[in-house]
Design a protein around this ligand. Structure first.
Ligand code: AMP
Length: 358
């Protein structure tokens, strides 16, 4: 641990949502302080962090003061503006590195990167104009999904294209944003691997989880996933390949489609991931602590799974179920402290511990 940041150092976190909140809690368990940078007031992470700066991502003075006050900077969302990173980078290391972030910000760059590693992706084509879309549809076929290259999350910025809908109408809904067309993958299930790479290059992966999405939003993750031993192995190996190729430091979430022909990579998130929340109650060291360990140069912790877990997101009005959930046996509640409930808003999650790993 010679290059490691000592306990007591300050970790800067860009973004103050639930991921920043859970990262802060994990950091404080190891004696670190966290400083959150977030434009909106009273953010979930501010309730548990040592310090919060409430400022916009183009506020150069606030960014400089933030960067000066921390020993390392990480982020809890992909869409951090490049200008903010330019200012921060002059003062403090950013982990995971900017290349990982830049690739994940652009679905086209991400798909090209994954293909370059020899990993399978859905067929895809760049779409800037209606002509591009017609050409892409001719080669990829329908059904397909048109997605904005940037700023999409939880299924936003996406339109399905079937044989009977009008390409021009679909393209118009993206309001001129650069896009890609992806072939529709006929998957038997969705899975994800949460993996980490330390500052020393050591890699550790959690057991892959099985994900169910509803309306583009993650609903549940279950471990063990219904995967063969070979699929499990492939999933972990491909996550390691991505981590090494990016010379990555921190936790990554890699989303996969499982098909009879093998695993297809959907996308990766260069951060802790919703589908890794089960690790809080299924592993000795969860994804949040693992990320903190990685970015501070500590040795990676033991991510072996000791329990079978089913994580369920509490979305919007699900929050009214909290009294019942709080009374359930073997169920851990994780609430994010959000004052306003809105449809589609992630308010918390529960981890149901189903029993020890057999
Ligand atoms: P994404 O924003 O790319 O993570 O997409 C959100 C969800 O939409 C995924 O988890 C899938 O359930 C579905 N989806 C996205 N892309 C595809 C695809 N090419 N084929 C089939 N389903 C997809």
């Amino acid at each position: 641990m010679s290059d490691a940041l000592p306990s007591g150092s300050t970790i800067g976190i860009l973004g103050g949502g639930q991921l920043g909140r859970m990262l802060s809690a994990a950091a404080s368990r190891l004696g670190f302080r966290t400083h959150i940078y977030e434009p909106s007031a009273d953010c979930p992470a501010s309730h548990v962090a040592h310090r919060t700066t409430t400022a916009a991502y183009d506020d150069a003075d606030a960014l400089a003061a933030f960067a000066q006050s921390v020993d390392v900077v990480t982020y809890e969302f992909e869409n951090v503006p490049t200008g903010a990173l330019d200012l921060i980078e002059a003062q403090a290391p950013i982990r995971p590195n900017r290349r990982a972030l830049a690739i994940s910000q652009d679905r086209l760059a991400e798909k090209q990167f994954l293909q370059g590693l020899g990993l399978a992706t859905a067929p895809f084509a760049q779409v800037d104009t209606l002509d591009d879309l017609q050409t892409a549809l001719n080669s990829i076929g329908a059904p397909a999904i048109l997605k904005t290259r940037r700023f999409g999350y939880d299924g936003k910025g996406q339109v399905r294209l079937n044989t009977n809908n009008e390409p021009a109408t679909a393209l118009a809904t993206l309001e001129g944003a650069p896009a890609i067309l992806e072939g529709f993958v006929d998957f038997s299930l969705e899975a994800s691997v949460i993996a980490a790479r330390g500052l020393d290059g050591a890699v550790s992966a959690y057991d892959p989880g099985e994900n169910v999405h509803e309306g583009g939003i993650l609903r549940t993750t279950a471990v063990p996933a219904r995967l063969t031993a070979a699929q499990r192995n492939d999933a972990v190996l491909l996550a390691g390949k991505v981590l090494n190729a990016l010379d990555y430091t921190g936790v990554i979430g890699v989303e996969l489609f499982v098909t009879p022909r093998g695993l297809i990579v959907n996308e990766f998130a260069p951060r802790v991931h919703n589908s890794g929340h089960w690790t809080q109650n299924g592993c000795t060291v969860d994804q949040f602590e693992q990320h903190i360990r990685a970015i501070t140069g500590w040795p990676l912790g033991d991510g072996a799974r000791h329990s079978d877990v089913r994580m369920e997101n509490l979305i919007g009005d699900d929050i009214v179920r909290v009294p019942d959930l709080a009374a359930e046996p073997a169920t851990a509640l994780h609430l994010y402290g959000k004052a306003d409930t809105r449809p589609g808003r992630k308010m918390g999650h529960v981890n149901r511990v189903l029993g020890p790993v057999r």
